[in-house]
Design a protein around this ligand. Sequence first.
Ligand code: CA
Length: 444
Amino acid sequence: MVQLNATHDPARRSWLDSANQADAEFPIQNLPFGVFNDGAGQRAGVAIGDQIVDLAALLELGLLDGIAAEAARACAGGRLNGLMALGPRHASALRAALSDLLRSDSPQLGQVLAQCERILVPMAQVSMALPCEIGDYSDFLTSLHHTERHGRYKGLADPLPPAFKSLPIAYHGRASSICVSGAPVVRPHGQYKNKAGEVEYGPAPMLDFELELAAFVGRGNQLGRPIPLGLAGEHIFGYCLLNDWSAKSIQWWEQVLGPFLGKSFVSSISPWIVTQEALAPFRLPSPPRPAGDPAPLPHLADARDQAEGGIDIDLEALLSTPARRAAGEGPLRITKTHLQNLYWTFGQMMAHHTSNGCNLRPGDLIGSGTISGADDSARACITELTNAGKDPLKVGPEEFRTALEDGDEIMLRARASRDGMVSIGFGECIGRIEPAYDLSAGSR
Ligand code: CA
């Protein structure tokens, strides 16, 4: 997909110490894009160590030229859509220029260090914003284990939908309610069946998280023209963490055409987009299909996708409850999984998404679906962690959960790694459940 180059060199170090720590999420090999606000408005930046490189400042100081400068100028207005639309060549040129400016043996070291107060903004002093305008959002269902378990909870004779192994199943999600990490997750109201079997409307019980990875579309496709699987990688700008918050009580009652209000109340994403190029050292063959499974149809089969359609990414979910925080306890890891637990690759998701001619646009978001694995520890939502509520999850000495309660906070994290390479992180995707609005209080 992407050739390794000097920006991936594991020997490359930054003049910024915080980028060189062994556990740094944003070493010089990562350089993810995001949008921050330091009180003076939204601007595009790149994460390095515990700092953000202000792209507008680099342009003002004349530290970028050629295609790299063109790429940085496309981020004006504090949205990355323009950069995404330019395609991988521009993002790659900007990454190469940034890597050269930030490396400890930078040819412009004197100039950069003299201006570093203008170039760098401490992460601790800003709030993060959505990285781009997300025009459309689709969420897939590509973990066989997640799908099969849910089929069993629903008592289906065949827990796996017949199409599961023929195509990556998905639904069209709601883009307007996607929020950046840290935004509150207000418990939604909705219609559901209560314990007595009656239908009622109220604050939804059975609130759950779903640990997912999501791809941002880079260059889009023309309406009517599918993206061939062999080219899908060039249309992916990068990836972030996605928590597809789910009100299972609403979802299980309403769902006939697919999820609707059980999902659209809020979805959280991590603020930094780890680029396709940054992940090049961590590509893996696409996950092997179990023996006897049907081969994908030709438009979902491609030798290169098979050779490097997977990515070596470990993911985890942590839960912090009000009781744990009161006792001074840190968050509890409740899920540890791997991206290779998915049955379909992101390339296949994109090829399938456009296979009817549907157009994707720069900044569109494509969720993987809950990344559950076969192991109990790799169950990536509470519904699975508790066997649909039958086995409550122990989260403290006297504390159990079958669903998320008000005050609970979920943190998602992920890391790509490979022997001999510098591992890179995704940052955090955090959301805390707040009580449902009091609708009797009037207009809110
Ligand atoms: Ca989902």
